[in-house]
Design a protein around this ligand. Structure first.
Ligand SMILES: [Zn+2]
Length: 412
C-alpha cells in the first residue's frame, strides 16, 4: 500500500476533519464536565508514558495490537514527528477500534506544549498539531571554568544537549587538555523558551565565547539556513568553519528522522527486527548526496533495498543509500563529497518515499547517529555573506540585553 499517497490525501482533507473533530469534542465536553466520576469511567484513551530508551511503540505491544498495525502506525507517526525529538516522559494516548485490532485515534503529547492529534479515517490519516504558546527569552550566561567545561556548564543549569553543542563547537578551536585552566572565562548567549514560568529543554545557542591566558580568545556564532531543519544550522567560527566533524556529511540537505537505527517492528513482516540504518523523511525526487569522497561499489536494484548505491570511502567506512527512485552514478565511479548520487524514492521493501541511509564499518552496520555528521565543513561564499549579517544581528541582540527593558519578547 502507498502510505505516502494516503498522507497526501489526508493533508488535503485536514481542514474538513478539523471542523468535524471540533464539533465532536464540543459535543462531548459538557456532559464530561458535569461529572468527574463519570468521566473517569468512560475515559476512552489508553495512556502510555514513553520509557527512556527502547522504541517508543513498544508500549503498544502490550495492548495486543497486531505488530504490523503498530509498525505501519509508527511510520506514519515519524512522517510528522522527527523521532529524535521524543523524550522519555512524553505521553502517547490511543483509542482502539471496536475489535481492538486497530488504532482509531492517537494523541502524542510532547510535554508540555505540543499535542499531535492523529485520526484514522478508513485508510487515511488526519494529522493536527495543537501548539500551546511559549514565551521566548534571550539570555547571556557567563561563567568561569571550574574543572571540566562539561561540569561547569551543567553546574550552571545548561542541559546535556546544550553542553554537547558548546563542547563540540569549541573542541576544534581549543586544546582543552593542554591549555584550559580554572578561571578561564566563557560567555554563552542563548534563546530560551518559557512555559508557565519554566524553561523548556533545548536552548538555541547563538553565541559562545571562550578566553583564557593559554587558550586565547575564541568566538563561535550560530548560522541559520532558511530551512528549519537544515543540516547547515549550527555553530561556526568567525571564518565559517564547523569545528566538530567526523568528515562525514549528511545525505540530504534537510533532516527529519522517521525511524532510528536499532530494534523496531518491521513494517513488512510484522515482527521485531534490527533496523540497520536511519530512515530520513524526504519527498520523492529529493537529491541524495555522497556523504564523503569515495568509489561507488554498488549502483543497482538490490531486492528489498530497491535501487541502492554503496560507496567505499578512504577511511574504510562504507555508506549505503536505499529505496532510490533513480541512480545517477555507475559502479566503479569516483565520487566527491556532496555530489548527487541519486534521488529519493520508494523502491524495494518501502512503505513510502524516504531515504534509508546505512553506514558499514568492517562487516557490520553502525549507528550513523554516533558519528559527528555536519552539513558543511565550511560555509561557502554566499552562506558566508549571510553568516556575517547574522553575526551582526546576534551582536546587536546581545548588546540590547544590557537594557533590561528589552529582556523578554513574546512570540512563537
Ligand atoms: Zn530503513
Amino acid at each position: 500500500m502507498n502510505w505516502g499517497k494516503q498522507i497526501l490525501i489526508s493533508l488535503i482533507i485536514i481542514t474538513l476533519a478539523t471542523f468535524s473533530l471540533y464539533s465532536l469534542f464540543h459535543s462531548i465536553k459538557s456532559p464530561n464536565n458535569a461529572s468527574n466520576a463519570v468521566k473517569q469511567d468512560i475515559e476512552p484513551w489508553i495512556v502510555e508514558t514513553i520509557p527512556s530508551g527502547g522504541p517508543i511503540f513498544s508500549v503498544l505491544e502490550k495492548q495486543g495490537l497486531p505488530l504490523k498495525e503498530i509498525a505501519l502506525l509508527s511510520f506514519r507517526f515519524g512522517d510528522y514527528i522527527d523521532v529524535t525529538t521524543i523524550q522519555p516522559g512524553d505521553t502517547l494516548k490511543i483509542m482502539l477500534s471496536e475489535d481492538k485490532q486497530r488504532i482509531s485515534k492517537m494523541m502524542f503529547v510532547q510535554e508540555p506544549t505540543l499535542r499531535h492529534h492523529f485520526t484514522v479515517a478508513g485508510d487515511s490519516l488526519v494529522y493536527n498539531l495543537e501548539a500551546l504558546p511559549v514565551t521566548k527569552q534571550n539570555r547571556i550566561i557567563e561563567g568561569n571554568l571550574q574543572g571540566t567545561l562539561d561540569a561547569t556548564l551543567l553546574a550552571m543549569g545548561l542541559s546535556s544537549r546544550d553542553k554537547q553543542q558548546i563542547n563540540n563547537g569549541l573542541e576544534g578551536e581549543i586544546n582543552f587538555q593542554r591549555d584550559a585552566r580554572n578561571g578561564d572565562k566563557f560567555t554563552v548567549f542563548v534563546e530560551e523558551r518559557i512555559f508557565e514560568g519554566k524553561i523548556l529543554p533545548g536552548r538555541k545557542i547563538f553565541y559562545v565565547q571562550y578566553s583564557g591566558e593559554r587558550t586565547g580568545s575564541h568566538e563561535l556564532f550560530r548560522f541559520e539556513d532558511k530551512e528549519e531543519n537544515s543540516v547547515l544550522n549550527g555553530l561556526y567560527n568567525l571564518q565559517g568553519k564547523s569545528n566538530s566533524s567526523s568528515g562525514v556529511g549528511f545525505p540530504l540537505s534537510v533532516i527529519h528522522v522517521v525511524s532510528k537505527f536499532g530494534k523496531r517492528i518491521d513494517p513488512f513482516f510484522g515482527r521485531w527486527a534490527n533496523h540497520q540504518g536511519v530512515d530520513y523523511r524526504a519527498r520523492m525526487g529529493t537529491p541524495v548526496y555522497a556523504v564523503a569522497n569515495g568509489t561507488v561499489t554498488a549502483a543497482a536494484y538490490s531486492g528489498g533495498w530497491g535501487n541502492e548505491v554503496r560507496i567505499k570511502h578512504p577511511s574504510g567506512l562504507n555508506s549505503q543509500y536505499a529505496h532510490l527512485l533513480s541512480i545517477s552514478v555507475r559502479n566503479g565511479q569516483t565520487v566527491k563529497k556532496g555530489q548527487i548520487i541519486g534521488r529519493v524514492g520508494s523502491t524495494g521493501r518501502s512503505t513510502g518515499a524516504h531515504l534509508h541511509f546505512g553506514l558499514i564499518q568492517g562487516k557490520s552496520f553502525i549507528n550513523p547517529a554516533n558519528l559527528k555528521m555536519v552539513g558543511a565543513e565550511k560555509l561557502n561564499d554566499a552562506q558566508m555573506a549571510e553568516f556575517k549579517a547574522q553575526q551582526e544581528r546576534i551582536r546587536v541582540a546581545m548588546q540590547s540585553l544590557q537594557n533590561p527593558a528589552q529582556l523578554a519578547s513574546t512570540g512563537k
